[in-house]
Design a protein around this ligand. Structure first.
Ligand SMILES: *Cc1c(COP(=O)(O)O)cnc(C)c1O
Length: 413
């Protein structure tokens, strides 16, 4: 029986190899960027979208172009790519961390209320693992207070709330196009917004970015190829999972390789790599993945729905709460587990790989200690989260194997 790797790289080997070959000749053409932006915008019924070199830079330029006053506060959920805290500060504003609901991944409405002040200007709602927020409620709250709602849809590309896509409920939305994202362009961040004048300002900001270095893109293509090769089922079964099991005592080596930002620091300036243009070569990768995005995400959601139905919660294994009006997209499949290390080992012994949370609990990061963040629920949930495999290519038999193994773990008490 072959093992089930924790993840699947969405880009094909051919696309990645083609990218490396193309990079030898240059970074591609601006019209490919425009075509990708238009195709992306069209999915959301927007006239335009703007691509940046990273989602966090999309957020940076959004924040700088909203006309916020000095000292404005930007509320952000407590489990996030840690660098978003730096981005808010470097854009000139004050990050305020909001705790998440108990055992779950959406903002805790009670903590949102507690953290609001007269200076609150922006609320970022991040749909972690595709667990969509009650977007009607968040939009109402923001409109009532004159705040801007920004959705981070990096983990929610084909997710709806009340039949309307996540990404259209906020005044603006950012989508990361980085490693493993449903539309991956090696790196990148797409921004859509309601206000056409805001989009025009973002377009000017994007045009002011510097040229992209090919080295960085080539390195990212190689990283995708390495992860793709090591998660190929036979290689993974015979070599990678046995190695991970042998070295489990020293932590999860795969996560360490996968993780882009290995250390978190308080930045004083934007690194030069964040001030590069999104390239035509990347746009072609993105366009290829946009073409079958909906069918891939439909398969992922069908798998997620099955697994969710087959898991019976108990004190040892819980499922995160979700909205009645919005089905999760299951970009990842998180379990909240009393003893995650024990479940990880139990699954690995049955050929099922799993992963801890890679994102930071912002309130627990040493680098942010002086920023006064508090989020006890999120810290606890992060420590108890285990992601089991969930991607479009899983078949029903494998989903069943995962569910059966979790049930066996629960019986093992
Ligand atoms: C992957 C991811 C990002 C990455 O942002 P980049 O700036 O593009 O690296 C941001 N937010 C979330 C929720 C993500 O999952």
């Amino acid at each position: 029986m072959t093992a089930i790797p924790r993840l699947a790289i969405p880009l094909s080997t051919g696309a990645l190899a083609g990218m490396l070959a193309r990079l030898a000749g240059g970074v591609g053409r601006a019209d490919d960027v425009a075509a990708f932006e238009h195709a992306f915008a069209a999915r959301y019924g927007r006239p335009d979208a703007v691509a940046f070199c990273r989602a966090r830079m999309g957020l940076y330029h959004l924040l700088r172009n909203l006309g916020l006053s000095d000292g404005a506060e930007v509320l952000i959920g407590a489990i996030h790519v840690a660098d978003f805290v730096n981005i808010i500060r470097l854009a000139g504003f004050t990050p305020v961390v909001v705790d998440l609901e108990p055992d779950g991944f959406r903002l805790d409405p009670g903590d949102v209320e507690r953290k609001l002040t007269a200076r609150s200007a922006v609320l970022i709602a991040t749909h972690l693992s595709g667990y969509v927020h009650d977007l009607a409620a968040l939009r109402r709250l923001c409109d009532a207070r004159g705040m801007v709602l920004i959705e981070d849809c990096s983990q929610a590309f084909a997710v709806t709330f009340r039949d309307r896509p996540a990404g259209l409920w906020g005044h603006a939305a950012v989508f990361s196009l980085s490693l493993l994202k449903s539309v991956c362009a090696l790196n990148g961040g797409m921004v859509i917004a309601e206000d056409a004048a805001l989009v025009a300002r973002l377009r000017r900001a994007a045009a002011e970015q510097g040229p992209a270095r090919r080295g960085g893109l080539a390195a990212e293509a190689v990283r995708n190829l390495v992860i793709k090769a090591t998660t190929q089922p036979t290689v993974f079964s015979l070599a990678v999972l046995p190695l991970l099991r042998l070295t489990a005592a020293t932590g999860d080596g795969f996560s360490r390789y996968q993780k882009t930002n290995k250390t978190v620091a308080l930045r004083r300036a934007l690194p030069p790599a964040f001030c590069e243009r999104f390239t035509g070569a990347q746009a072609r990768l993105g366009l290829a993945l946009l073409a079958d995005l909906d069918s891939r995400e439909a398969r992922r959601k069908a798998n997620g729905r099955l697994l969710r139905a087959w898991i019976h919660e108990d004190a040892a294994v819980r499922l995160p709460p979700h909205c009645d009006d919005g089905e999760p997209g299951y970009w990842l499949f998180p379990l909240v587990v009393a003893e995650p290390a024990r479940l990880k080992a139990f699954l690995a012994a049955r050929g099922i790989d799993s992963s801890p949370m890679l994102l930071a609990a912002l309130s627990a990061e040493e680098a942010f200690r002086d920023l006064g963040f508090t989020a006890p629920n999120a810290e606890r949930t992060r420590a108890h989260t285990l992601f089991v495999p969930m991607y479009p290519g899983l078949d029903e038999a494998r989903v069943r194997r995962i569910a059966d193994a979790i049930a066996a773990f629960q019986r093992s008490g």
